[in-house]
Design a protein around this ligand. Sequence first.
Ligand code: PMP
Length: 453
Amino acid sequence: NVYKGPIFQKTDKVKSENVPPILSNFYKKPVLIHQGHMQWLYDHEGRRYLDLFAGIVTVSVGHCHPKVVAAMQEQINTLWHTTSIYRNPKFYEYVEKLISKFPGDLKVVYLVNSGTEANDLATLLAKTYTGNNDIISLQSSYHGYSSSLVGLTGTQCYRLPVPTPAGYHHAMLPDPFRGIWGGCRDSISQVPGACSCPGDCVTSDKYVHQLNELISHSIPTGGVAAIFAESIQGVNGTVQFPKGYLRKAQQLVKENGGLYVADEVQTGFGRTGDAFWGFETHGVIPDIVTMAKGIGNGFPMAAVVTTKEIAAVHTKGNYFNTFGGNPLASTAGKAVLEVIEDEKLQENCKVVGKYFIEQLMDLQKTHPIIGDVRGKGLMLGIEFVKPGTREPLSASEVSDIHETTKDLGVLIGRGGRYGNVLRIKPPMCINKQDVDFSVSVLDQACKNFMHKK
Ligand code: PMP
C-alpha cells in the first residue's frame, strides 16, 4: 500500500533556514519518511525499509498499529483534552492498567509527557523524599536534555559547554566490553555459554567499590538523593552491566540515604523479553521507575511510578501537568498495553531476540570488524572495531556501513561513546524472516566496507 498523498520534498531549504543546526539527520543522503505500517517504513518514492530502530525504541507495537489507531480514532471523536482538574475515565482506566504491570510497592503513577520530564520529576521526588541533594548516574548515560538533566546525563555527546549543575556525579560505567575490569553479561545468559560466573559476576564488587569511592570522595556528607540507571544503557550502544551490579549499587546507595531510580525509557514494556521491565531481570525493585518512548507507540507521553510512601512527601503546594494523562494519551497507552498482551509481544521479543543475537554472533565469526555483539530481547548492539583489537572503528567508517544498510533497505540506529555501535531496537512485532533479511543486509554492508578498504 504505497503512499499516494502530497509529497513534501523541500526539506533541505526549510532545514537549513528554519530548523536548529543541532537537529541532525542520520545518513549522508537522508531518508524522507512518509508512511509506516507495523515494522515497515515507506519513503517519498514508496520505497520500503525494514525499521530496526522504531523511531529510537519508541514504536513499540508497530507503526500505525490498527488496534491503537482504532482506539485513538474513537477517542479523538469523543474528547481530545481535559486535564486532571476534572476526572476523566480514560485517565483512571489507564492508571489502573499500567500499575498492574508493577511489582512490590510501586503503586502510584504520575503521567507526564517525555522521558526528560519523567526523569526531572523523579529527581524532584528523590530530593524531596530523602532531603538530600546529590544525584548519581553512570558515565555515558543518557537520561534527558534540559538545563538540569545535562547534569544527570553522563554522555559527553549531549553535554553543552556550560557548567554541569551542582550536585550531579557520574559513577564508573560497569561496561563488560570497555570497562577496566571487563565482566560477564548476566543478560545474555539466554545465549548458551555467555556468562561463566556461578553467582554475581566477580567484577560487580569492583565497580561497586568505585561507586563507594565516588560517594565518599565527592559527597562527604554521604547524603545521596538517588542513583539513576537504565537496565541496559541504550544511547551508549546497548551496554549491559555485570550480574549483581545493580542490586549491590542499590544497596550501597540505600545505606547512604538514597533511592534507586530505574530509567526504563528504552528497556521497558517487554522489550528485553524475559520480563516486562528491564530491572526485573536484575532481581531488583526500584523506588522510582521512569518510562517514555514505547509507552505510547510514538504518541508523546511518559510516566513516573513510585511508592505511596514517596508520593506522600510530595504534597506541599499543587502539582499540575496540562497534558499529562490527557484522554488521547491515556487511550494510546492503554491500547499499547493491550496489544502487548494480546499479541504476546514480550514473548516475541524473547524468541526473535534470541534468534537475532545468535545470527549476529555467527556473523561476527566471519567479520573481524565486529568486535562485540550484545543485548537482550529486541535491544541489541553491534560494536565495530579495528580487526584483532578493541580499538573502535572510526565513526565515519561505521557511518559508511550504516549508510549501506539503509541503501539496502534496513534502517538501524547508531550510538556508543565512539559512534561505532549499530543499535537494533525494532518494533516488537518483527519476525524471524525480518531477522534473516537484516542479517543478510548487515553481511553485505560489512563485505562492501571491507572491499573498499
Ligand atoms: N532516558 C533514556 C534512557 C532515553 O533514551 C531518553 C531518550 N533518548 C530519555 C530518557 C529522554 O526521553 P525524551 O527524549 O522523551 O525526553
